[in-house]
Ligand binder design. Structure first.
Ligand SMILES: *Cc1c(COP(=O)(O)O)cnc(C)c1O
Length: 346
């Protein structure tokens, strides 16, 4: 990794961040007259904690990291955007990523006018570090996005290749672990102190069952987190989401129960799909969805919509010709899907 100062955009490095009322005084007091809040309508009249310390303390405990390693965002979308804005000078610094992968990286790059370079995975949806690192733009790239387990393919990326990239890449390596709770592979979180250029993304949107509250997590060195804190909106996580997250995180065993059920359902779904003649291939998955190659993806997708069953049509994505991405649902929902597929006359 290059020096952090060399990687961060100069305007961000030199930025003096907005200092909110809650930054300038925190602690207990009986009279708060510093933020132009309305004194009525408690507790909603008060600005939320800009640094979300209570939420972070719970996450730090569960994830076995320090609170200084954590940035919370309005979904993972926010840290993805913050990383691009912190490190990539528009129209100059580029981003490398595997292809196919999660669509938001490219959208966030496009919004920021940052060149985005997709590097095709192999037929097993794996990559070689050597291929990424020897790309002609690799030495100029500031960010590299890896997603493991990958969306929409479902597989975990090869750990050794990720390690090689972490060692060989001069910029920041983002490992998006949105689906890590469903995976048989361990998280890269325990390796934060080994790799100063590692950023791990996780979210409450999948295994934690809370996509509606919009809470994404970025884990990295305290130095990288400090840079991101400088440029985030001061009150980026609202009070309702913070409150909800604190309560949810009090009871992590609930998540284990959900994951256990969903993993059983995933295996059941795979074995039932494999019996259907219209299913040509089921790709290995480490996530709460399965990528399935079918006879005629567009036709089958439209048929399922007519039946009121919505899956994701991924046939136009690189290496995914003929593929539908199916999220694992409740036993009843999965049954409905299978019954519809059995009746499909393609
Ligand atoms: C679903 C998903 C996320 C989560 O996004 P949120 O904004 O946190 O809801 C992040 N990364 C990937 C790859 C995903 O599939």
């Amino acid at each position: 990794m290059k020096e952090l100062k060399e990687l961060v955009r100069p305007n961000v490095w030199n930025l003096k961040p907005y200092s909110s009322a809650r930054d300038e005084f925190h602690g207990e007091a009986s009279v708060f007259l510093d933020a132009n809040e309305n004194p009525y309508n408690a507790p909603y009249n008060r600005y939320p904690d800009p640094m979300q310390w209570k939420v972070k303390e719970r996450i730090a405990e569960i994830k076995k990291v320090d609170v200084k390693n954590i940035l919370l965002g309005n979904g993972s979308d926010e840290p993805i955007d913050l990383l691009i804005r912190a490190f990539c000078e528009p129209a100059r610094d580029c981003i490398l990523a595997i292809d196919p992968t999660y669509g938001m990286y490219k959208v966030a790059a496009d919004v920021n006018n940052v060149p985005y370079i997709p590097v095709l995975l192999d037929e097993q949806f794996q990559f070689k570090a050597e291929n990424l690192l020897s790309h002609k733009e690799a030495s100029a790239a500031k960010l590299l996005f890896l997603c493991s387990p990958n969306n929409p393919t479902g597989n975990s990326l090869n750990r050794e290749e990720i390690r090689k990239v972490l060692v060989g890449f001069g910029g920041i390596v983002v490992v998006d672990e949105a689906y890590i709770d469903f995976s048989s592979e361990p998280s890269f979180l325990s390796e934060l102190s080994t790799y100063p250029n590692l950023v791990v993304l996780q979210t409450l949107s999948k295994a934690w069952g809370s996509a509606g509250i919009r809470l994404g997590m970025a884990f990295a060195s305290p130095e990288i987190i400090a840079v991101l804190n400088k440029i985030k909106y001061p009150y980026n996580i609202n009070q309702l989401s913070q409150k909800y997250a604190i309560d949810l995180l009090e009871n992590p065993s609930k998540v284990n129960e959900w994951v256990e059920v969903l993993l059983k359902e995933r295996e059941k779904l795979i074995s039932r799909l494999s019996l259907l003649p219209i299913v040509k291939k089921i790709y290995p998955t480490d996530a709460n969805f399965v990528l399935v190659k079918v006879e005629d993806a567009n036709k089958l997708y439209n048929y399922l919509v007519e039946q009121g069953v919505i899956v994701r049509n991924r046939t136009n994505i690189a290496l995914c010709l003929g593929c539908l991405r199916i999220t694992v649902g409740t036993p009843v929902e999965n049954e409905t899907l299978i019954e519809s597929l059995k009746k499909a006359a393609i």
